[in-house]
Ligand binder design. Sequence first.
Ligand code: SAM
Length: 203
Amino acid sequence: MKENQYDLVAPFYDALAKLIFGEKLLKAQMHYLGEMKSSDRVLVVGGGTGRILKHPAFLHAKCIDYVELSAKMILEAQENAGNLQNVRFLEIDFFQHHGEYDFIICNFFLDCFNEHYLDLAIRKLHGLLSQNGTLLVTDFKPSSNRKNKLIVSLMIIFFRLTTRLQAPKLQDIPQALRALFSPVQRASFNNGLVFSSLLKPNP
Ligand SMILES: C[S@@+](CC[C@H](N)C(=O)[O-])C[C@H]1O[C@@H](n2cnc3c(N)ncnc32)[C@H](O)[C@@H]1O
């Protein structure tokens, strides 16, 4: 049975996120998008419904590859892309994707994986990024706050039931990234539940 299948939730994914978090998750995802340069070859990994594509930074990117496993998510993202001419939607498994990119966006994607696949995904991201490229990761992080812990537990139960989420628990993503990347900027949101980080690959 395949894991991380988001087709079922695609039609109401944004509404659900908005119900629980308002626009805070979107705000966190947009926080560093202005760092994208107009000459950048951009990769969006597991971009979901693609609401971030409305950010003006994408208009000027050299090219954008939007890699997403769910066909239904891609349909939503195509709508959100509006008239963007420089984007290529690729309905594929990120682990099978090849290329070289200057700016990779990986938002609420790494939380889909168990510890083993999280390490593989981080290695894959390192391989796809150019030598002086930038990785943007926005995601949840483990928190000692009781309310945050409850929210994370409920989300994991919900997504394990609806998408066959692979992750049995929330991994320490910032810590796992340190194996191959160094953070250069980092911001925290929602009482420390969400982080957004710009990272450079370790040599
Ligand atoms: C939790 S959602 C996040 C969506 C979006 N980035 C956001 O923040 O709203 C994770 C997304 O990753 C996609 N995904 C999961 N595994 C994938 C894989 N191996 N390759 C490509 N996309 C994948 C899912 O289809 C889903 O759209």
